[in-house]
Design a protein. Structure first.
Length: 432
C-alpha cells in the first residue's frame, strides 16, 4: 500500500544547503558580514556562521553579496501593456507576466494599490497561496476616488468606488471588506478633491473592519488633515511644501508609514534628459514592446520639455527628497514604493532599484535605503515575521549580487540570481 503522506513529505523535503564564503547584507541596516556561511534547510535560514555543518550540499559564493528580496508597497498590476493603459489589458496572463518580471528584478512582493479588475481577487489569492510564480501579490483591490476626477477612468481605472456621500462611502467599505483587501486606497487630491467628510468616513469604517487606509496625496495641507483623520499610510511624498519637525514628530507618534515614490516624479521629466541608465540592458529588459521607441523619440522628448506640469516635477522631486530625509531622521517608518505599473514610463522592476538610488541621493546611506526596501517594506506588508531580512527562522529568499551595494547602491542592479525559499528560481532579467 502506497503511503501518500510519506511521499508528500519526501517531495516537500529539501536537504540542507550551505552558501559558503558569501557576504551578507541582512536588511536590518547592519554592515555587511563578509565571507561567512548561510545555512539553509527546508527553505528557511537555519544559521549564519563562520563554521560549516557536516553533511548537505554546499555552494562556494566567494565574491558574491546577498541581500533580502525587495518589497514594493505601492505598485500597480495589469493596467499597462506595451505603450497602452486600459482596463482591457488586465488579464490573468498579463498580471502573471508582470509578477514574474518583478521577481526577476528581485522584487519578492508587491502591494497593488487599488486598481484591480474583478479577476484580480482570484489572482491575489492564488499568488498568496503560492500557486502561481512571480512576486507575491498583495492588493488594495478596488480603491476610492472621486467622480470625474482621480483616478482617471481614461487610464483604465474603471473599478474604483466613487462615493458622493459619507453614507455611500460606508456602504462601499462594507461591500469591499469581505474581499479582505490588504489596505484601502483613497485618492483625495484631485480636481474636484475628495470631501473631508467622505475620506474620514472611509477611514473610520475601514478601521472598524481592521483594515488600514493608504492615501494618494501631493499637498502638505491634505496630509495634515489625513493624519488628523487617522490615515495609516501616506502613499506618496508630500512635495508642495517642506515638512517641519513638529509634523514629522506627529507622523512618527501615530506610527504612520510613509512611502516616498520618488521615481514617480523623476520619470515624469527624466526621459528628456537622456539619463545614464537609458541604454543599460538592466533598464531596457524591463520595458514592454514599443516603450523604448516612445521614450527616445524626438516628439516625446519635446513634449516633456514643453509640458509645464512635467517640468514642475523637478521641484517636486527636490522637495520630496528633502521631506524624506526629515521624516527618516525623525524616526518615521519609511517603506519603499514606486507607483510602477501605473503608466508605461514607470517601469516595473527597474523602478524599485532607481528608487533606492534616489533615496541615497536624498541623504540615506546605501544600507539604510536597503532596509527601507526590504525589512521596512516587509513590515509595511505585515510580513516581516517571515521575510524582509536574512535572519535565522526567516525564509531564505534573497538576491545574489556580483558587487557590493553597501558601497554603491547601484550595485543592486548587478543581479547574479534570485532565490526564493532556498531555491534559485531566476538568474535576473538579463539572463532569462
Amino acid at each position: 500500500m502506497i503511503n501518500l503522506s510519506l511521499i508528500l513529505t519526501l517531495l516537500c523535503y529539501q536537504p540542507g544547503i550551505v552558501l559558503k564564503n558569501v557576504s551578507i547584507i541582512d536588511g536590518t541596516g547592519s554592515p555587511a558580514r563578509k565571507n561567512t556561511n548561510l545555512i539553509i534547510r527546508d527553505g528557511i535560514i537555519q544559521n549564519i556562521s563562520q563554521s560549516i555543518p557536516a553533511g548537505g550540499a554546499s555552494i562556494d559564493m566567494t565574491g558574491k553579496f546577498i541581500m533580502p528580496l525587495i518589497s514594493n508597497v505601492h505598485g500597480h498590476l495589469g493596467n499597462v501593456k506595451d505603450t497602452t493603459m486600459s482596463a482591457a489589458n488586465y488579464t490573468p496572463a498579463n498580471v502573471r507576466h508582470q509578477l514574474q518580471r518583478y521577481l526577476d528584478y528581485g522584487v519578492g512582493a508587491i502591494l497593488s494599490m487599488g486598481t484591480e479588475q474583478p479577476v484580480g481577487v482570484k489572482i491575489r489569492d492564488s499568488s498568496r497561496a503560492g500557486l502561481i510564480p512571480g512576486a507575491t501579490m498583495y492588493s488594495a483591490i478596488f480603491g476610492f476616488g472621486v467622480k470625474s476626477s482621480l483616478p482617471p477612468e481614461s487610464m483604465g481605472f474603471s473599478h474604483v468606488y466613487r462615493p458622493e456621500t459619507k453614507e455611500e462611502a460606508i456602504k462601499d467599505v462594507d461591500e469591499l471588506a469581505p474581499l479582505k483587501p490588504d489596505a484601502i486606497k483613497i485618492w483625495v487630491d484631485g480636481n474636484p478633491a475628495m470631501k473631508e467628510e467622505i475620506y474620514t468616513a472611509i477611514i473610520d469604517e475601514a478601521h472598524q473592519h481592521g483594515i488600514r487606509v493608504a492615501s494618494h496625496l501631493y499637498r502638505l495641507s491634505d496630509a495634515r488633515k489625513l493624519v488628523a483623520a487617522g490615515v495609516d499610510i501616506i502613499a506618496h511624498s508630500i512635495r508642495d511644501e517642506e515638512i517641519d519637525e513638529a509634523f514629522a514628530a506627529e507622523i512618527k507618534k501615530k506610527n504612520i508609514i510613509y512611502i516616498p515614490t520618488l521615481t514617480l516624479d523623476e520619470f515624469a521629466f527624466i526621459y528628456a534628459e537622456n539619463p545614464e541608465w537609458l541604454n543599460d540592458p538592466f533598464f531596457r529588459e524591463a520595458l514592454d514592446p514599443g516603450v523604448y521607441e516612445m521614450i527616445t523619440s524626438p516628439a516625446y522628448k519635446e513634449k516633456i520639455k514643453n509640458n509645464p506640469a512635467a517640468q514642475r516635477e523637478k521641484e517636486a522631486l527636490r522637495i520630496a527628497m528633502k521631506n524624506l530625509l526629515t521624516l527618516f531622521r525623525a524616526g518615521v517608518t519609511i517603506a519603499l514604493g514606486t507607483d510602477s505599473g501605473a503608466m508605461p514610463i514607470r517601469v516595473q522592476g527597474f523602478a524599485e532599484h532607481l528608487e533606492m538610488e534616489l533615496m541615497v541621493q536624498a541623504g540615506l546611506s546605501p544600507l539604510e535605503a536597503i532596509r527601507v526596501a526590504t525589512l521596512n517594506a516587509a513590515a509595511a506588508l505585515q510580513a516581516d515575521k517571515h521575510t524582509g531580512s536574512l535572519e535565522p527562522g526567516k525564509a531564505a529568499s534573497f538576491i545574489v549580487l556580483d558587487k557590493d551595494p553597501s558601497v554603491d547602491i547601484r550595485n543592486t542592479r548587478r543581479i547574479n540570481g534570485i532565490w526564493v525559499k532556498g531555491r534559485k528560481i531566476s538568474s535576473g532579467p538579463e539572463k532569462q
